[in-house]
Design a protein around this ligand. Structure first.
Ligand SMILES: [Cu+2]
Length: 149
């Protein structure tokens, strides 16, 4: 009985700690991968939500990738993101909206990701811009944007 009570206490403590960690998450990470759960040449995750003022970090887990803002998929007033090949890059994003990102050599294979900062203020413009991407990237981006609202 005592062991059960201790376990319950531990689980409760973990749940509380987990809740606090989630609520205060000021950092999101996007890995650049040759192979992930969603296939070859992917960002993981492909959709990240943060609050204005929080930070997203791209991690060059695998080599040969970069991360660049997609034209037309950037909130007004926001600076385009750019992570050079084989480097990590951190961005503190303050402008609310949808940020579309592509990998230069692999956009044709559908290597794109979306960061949503607070409210998706520019969702319509982002959807219009997505329609101009190469077919595989367009399909994936439209699926990602359909999850944003
Ligand atoms: Cu790539």
């Amino acid at each position: 009985m005592r062991a059960l009570r201790t376990l319950t206490g531990t689980l409760l403590a973990m749940a509380v700690a987990g809740g606090i960690a989630t609520a205060n998450a000021a950092e999101a990470t996007i890995e650049m991968l040759n192979k992930g759960e969603d296939g070859r040449f992917v960002y993981s995750p492909q959709l990240v939500r943060i609050k204005p003022g929080e930070t997203v970090t791209f991690v060059a887990t695998d080599k040969g990738h970069d991360a660049v803002s997609i034209a037309g998929m950037l909130p007004g007033g926001a600076q385009p993101l750019k992570v050079p090949f084989n480097k990590d890059g951190s961005f503190t994003l303050t402008e609310p909206g949808v940020y579309g990102i592509r990998c230069t050599p692999h956009v044709g294979l559908g290597m794109v990701t979306v960061i949503v900062v607070g409210e998706p203020t520019n969702l319509e413009a982002a959807e219009a811009a997505a329609s101009k991407l190469p077919p595989k990237a367009r399909e994936r981006m439209q699926a990602l944007l359909s999850q944003v609202s």
